[in-house]
Design a protein around this ligand. Sequence first.
Ligand code: MN
Length: 244
Amino acid sequence: MTRLVDAHFHLDLFPDYARVADDIERRQIYTLAVSTAPSFYRRFRAMLSERRYIRLAVGLHPELAERHEHELPDLLLLMEEQRYVGEVGLDSSPAHRATAAAQRRVLEAVLVRANALGGRVLSLHSRRAEADVLDLIGHHAPGVPILHWYSGSVGLIERAVTLGCYFSVNPAMCRTPTGQRLVQALPSARVLTETDGPFVQVRGRAAEPGDVTEVLDHLSRVWNVDVETAARTVYENFARLLQV
Ligand code: MN
């Protein structure tokens, strides 16, 4: 059985994170555990012993960008030792549009830093700001961008692909007609799986990395291959981007 991949998961937001971490290791699921602020990353890193399948990413979520902007220097410092960065990005939805300036300062600084350090793997949030995020990626060439829960237009996908972006797809995206239309338009060589737990629910509870099987079931139908082949494609994509 091919290894599963969860390229965007909030392990630190689970009260029983130790149990979830043990489960990830037992099931050997490659998991990118994103964080929403450098202080949370530091605290969590101290709590979790070294794991083989869990990679911690240091980030500053756009929804927290203004309130935690004072942590930006620490984020830029941590990026020296940490090649996984996330969750970062922009959010121009009505609830968060007011902090656009702080969001942009944070993201630009992160992208400039990623480029200066020779490239980083970044898990990017881009809700209602997809074109702006792509502009910044194009301008700063930060490494390997992964567009997490991409929900922009089908028309922008080609540009994202040209810029080297990967797309991490979660169960919620596979349930709506809009999400399904997007998933169908993604080139299979750029698709990863994610859960975004606990923000995505599966059968009435917070999604955990093992729930990427729901995405693989969907991808196998879209790509017209068996689930094992879909899982292998995703694993190979993940392995490729980690080598960069
Ligand atoms: Mn997230």
